[in-house]
Design a protein around this ligand. Sequence first.
Ligand code: 2BA
Length: 107
Amino acid sequence: MKLIIAIINHDDASAVTHNLAKNGFSSTKLSTTGGFLLAGNVTLLVGVEAEKVQRVIDLIGECAHSRRQMIPTTAEMGYSFLPSMPVEVTVGGATIFVVDVERFERL
Ligand code: 2BA
């Protein structure tokens, strides 16, 4: 068994969890915060048999879209700080980790 940990955009979370449920996959949704943008995102936990991992990743990919986001930065000029200059970053549709599950119990 594998555990899929998928970090997705908050705005895509409902569509992704609905798509998973519609196709028979359970998921748990956690409210998380990205360490770089410090913006809210969503982390999904999905436990599945190894042979279904790619199917789950495909279902997530159908609903999780990448976005371009402007973030403020502050440029330093020796003795003072310039006003913040926005920089654009691309936030991926989903960041996915797949890890082995040593033991799974439902009590
Ligand atoms: P954040 O950490 O808020 O990062 C949001 C986006 O900012 C990233 O999108 C990336 O485009 C950019 N970014 C992140 N760190 C950067 C840096 N040091 N320098 C320049 N740009 C940077 P994604 O890569 O698609 O990541 C989306 C979210 O997925 C991240 O939100 C974080 O919550 C999670 N994530 C990404 N890689 C991870 C990793 N290796 N481990 C754990 N979580 C990760």
